[in-house]
Write a new protein. Structure first.
Length: 759
């Protein structure tokens, strides 16, 4: 199958989406649950206080789970603390399921249409597939009183237990009213009949006349049916008149105090990360006055703080699900090999999370690191394995092994697509635990481990390949190169970092061809085999019997090792930078133009062995323009002329020579080549490539960027770049010997005009 067919198959195939086995009911006869307090630390001011929650599950979690959430009003920290394990009775478990399903259904759906179905599912003895308990926290943890059981037992919808109507067959509420006196007010009439005031004080209610759900947080003692309600047009009517005119409702209990209500909270996506998100303002009519007689009780008593805290539960549990899946993937890898290094689960999850999820982390920087390591690991393996293969054959084989098609194939064979997080979290699609989830799950065995599948999905080949590279980066960044090599072995890519003797078969008087001492001083490295320097500086046009090889094999090796060591340097030096910036810094540092500029600065062209008049003219032309290079000139793309490719190639071939001569010591490569590339790019000096910068500016400002027009005149190429912005046309034409150079210069000129116009 060729690459095109492989891409099509990988894109069209559906992949299973896995769900953590730790959150599934395995039909165990034991009802022993492990309890975890979820501390919620509120880093913002709000008149409602966030309380902690309790998670009860049948499996134990890894210690140290803690993460940030970005709520509408500010940041929250969720910290998991183990509180112990206890056995629950079946009636307690069913009560917990009923409570969490009711409250979470209300917060997610914002209506009661499914509530009867939800509660009836428990009455029919339904055994849920997804089975864990989210419970309200009681102060004074950790102990057996961790859970605040009063709200858990307070689900009243449908409210047969509250009503004293003839059809209910219950006088529970009447008996409660007789023995309770709450602030001098024993009971109020609701849609469910007389209800004790202590139940209404903190409750969740449903008002059928407008289909809304509210949290009740107290009584408005000064307001009743005959109190005045100020309208938006400045007029006023009584509450009784308002409900008659608006809803056709005749008020019955006119003396009853109104309830202090608040619109039910919306379950949020607190995993959506936006550094510039503005704090949400409270709606002007967040608080409402409600007649008790129009309210159906859903849960009572339950505090508004508890209800607010549960609005974060879907995001918290979704992140936990993701962490558990990352941990399962780690265990699958450990089944294959013994891993001495401890790979943090959160780092694996980062590698599984694409940018489409819009979370605080994504795989891009790990993908950059993994791509560099993979390219180097495979490159050096091929270089050592095929000593007589020329650079072209080695490059073709490396490309075959590291291509997206190959990585996707290997990733699919290791079942990686089922672990990938590739879409933004939506609470409305979240599976509420305990409610009819059995039918959603299918059991499968993946690499000998039991897994559960919650549906199928399509994932692009490129994303699977990106995740493979990011996972390589995760293992390398936290477990070192040995961990990276073992992960490659699990994928099916065999590399060996052991150094074996390298028989070059070249014996020559190196001083005859190059100035060894001067070059060693320039590189800060003394060669054991100076003939490597000769090979690294020999162009294909300069071939003698004594020098059977040109620089291309060493360039092939040096290309990958330089890419890797510079990427590692950026990744370790700037660990807090966003993935996008790290990737941009790598692009600005690892490119032929950058290397060519460095070669010109330090005069490496003087040491190049070649016999080409055309190359000599190109180098001379570059030198004529070298006086335009400022001392802090960092990027080759700042030049308005093209660099001969060979100038960048010899930086790479020298890196390859140092690597081979030092016994594959990558640190010596970095130490020798880094001074040539100074000043290295920093976050402060980073400049995007003009073509990309113009493209992004047009996207951001909705400018129209026309497709560049290209024309040729002898050996010169003209490129015209045109942008329409604010009703004006910004156009520039540049001429160069390479299309890329002309396009770059034209793009920079248009960018400059746009920036001047916007001032």
């Amino acid at each position: 199958m060729d690459n095109v067919d492989a891409e099509k198959e990988a894109y069209d195939d559906e992949h299973p989406a896995y769900f953590p086995v730790e959150l599934v009911n395995t039909l165990s006869e034991s009802n022993v649950y492990h309890f975890y307090v979820i501390q919620l630390l509120q880093h913002f001011s709000y008149d409602v206080r966030v309380q902690g929650l309790v998670l009860a599950m049948r499996s134990e979690l890894e210690p140290g789970i803690c993460f940030e959430l970005q709520a509408d009003r500010g940041m929250l920290t969720a910290n998991f603390i183990y509180a112990g394990s206890w056995s629950l009775k079946e009636e307690q478990v069913n009560c917990c399921r009923k409570f969490q399903s009711t409250l979470l259904s209300v917060l997610v759906e914002h209506n009661v249409t499914k509530l009867v179905e939800v509660l009836n599912s428990f009455n029919s003895g339904n055994s849920p597939g997804i089975d864990y308990l989210i419970l309200p926290l009681k102060s004074g943890y950790p102990n057996e009183g961790t859970v605040d059981w009063e709200p858990v037992a307070s689900v009243l919808f449908p409210s047969a237990e509250v009503s004293n109507s003839p059809t209910s067959g219950s006088n529970v509420s009447n008996e409660h009213i007789k023995g309770c006196c709450f602030h001098g007010r024993s009971s109020l009439v609701t849609k469910d009949g007389p209800v004790c005031s202590c139940l209404l004080q903190n409750s969740v209610v449903y008002t059928p006349h407008n289909g809304r759900i509210y949290c009740i947080s107290g009584f408005l003692n000064s307001l009743n049916a005959n109190s005045k309600l100020n309208m938006r047009d400045g007029s006023s009517v009584t509450y009784k008149q308002y409900y008659k005119e608006r809803y056709g409702i005749n008020w019955r209990c006119e003396e009853q105090s109104l309830l202090k209500g608040r619109h039910i909270f919306q379950a949020q996506n607190c995993l959506f990360w936006d550094r510039h998100r503005k704090q949400k303002e409270e709606p002007s009519k967040a608080m409402v006055e409600l007649p008790p007689e129009l309210c159906h009780l859903i849960i009572a008593p339950i505090s508004i703080d508890t209800v607010y805290s549960y609005s974060f539960a879907p995001s918290i549990i979704h992140r936990l699900e993701s962490l558990l899946m990352a941990a399962n993937l780690k265990r699958m890898h450990l089944d294959h090999c013994v891993q001495n290094a401890v790979i943090p689960t959160i780092k694996v999850l980062e590698a599984l999370t694409t940018k489409r999820c819009h979370q605080e982390f994504h795989l891009e920087s790990l993908e950059t690191l993994g791509d560099s390591f993979l390219k180097y690991a495979v490159g050096q393996q091929l270089f050592k394995s095929y000593e007589n293969h020329h650079e072209g054959m080695l490059s073709i084989e490396r490309e075959r092994i590291t291509s997206n098609a190959t990585l996707c194939k290997l990733g699919c064979e290791c079942n990686l697509p089922g672990f990938i997080r590739d879409e933004q979290f939506n609470p409305k699609n979240w599976i509420i635990p305990g409610y009819k989830s059995q039918s959603l799950l299918n059991e499968e065995f993946v690499s000998g481990r039991k897994m559960y599948v919650v549906g199928k999905r399509k994932i692009k080949m490129k994303r699977v390949a990106d995740v493979v590279e990011a996972l390589i980066g995760a293992y390398v960044s936290t477990g070192g190169e040995t961990a990276g090599v073992m992960f490659l072995d699990w994928l099916g890519i065999k590399v060996d970092f052991r150094v074996s003797p390298y028989e070059r078969g070249i014996h020559l008087n190196s001083e005859k061809f190059v100035n060894i001492k001067q070059l060693e001083a320039l590189l800060g490295y003394s060669f054991n085999d100076p003939s490597l320097l000769v090979e690294a500086l020999t162009h294909g046009s300069f071939m003698l019997p004594e020098i059977p090889r040109c620089y291309q094999r060493l360039e092939y090796l040096g290309d990958s090792v330089l890419d890797y060591v510079i990427t590692v340097h950026l990744y370790s030096t700037y660990p807090r930078l966003s993935p996008g910036v790290i990737t941009d810094m790598r692009s600005a540092s690892v490119n032929n133009d950058c290397y060519a500029l460095a070669a010109v600065k330090v005069g490496l062209h003087k040491h190049l062995l070649h016999d080409s008049n055309a190359l000599q003219r190109d180098i001379a032309n570059t030198l004529r323009n070298s006086d335009k290079f400022a001392p802090a000139f960092t990027y080759g793309w700042e030049s308005e002329t093209s660099f001969p490719k060979v100038l960048g190639d010899i930086i790479e071939s020298l890196a390859g020579a140092v690597l081979v001569d030092s016994g594959y010591n990558k640190q010596k490569v970095f130490d020798s080549i880094r001074p040539l590339l100074e000043p290295l790019v920093t976050p402060e000096t980073l400049q995007l490539h003009p073509v990309r910068e113009l493209h992004e500016a047009c996207q951001k400002e909705n400018y129209t960027l026309k497709k560049p027009t290209v024309s040729r005149d002898n050996n010169r190429i003209s490129v015209t770049v045109e942008v329409k912005a604010g009703g004006k046309i910004y156009r520039h034409t540049s001429c160069a010997d390479k299309k890329e150079t002309a396009k770059r210069v034209a793009s920079r000129a248009v960018l400059k005009s746009l920036k001047q116009a916007s001032r």
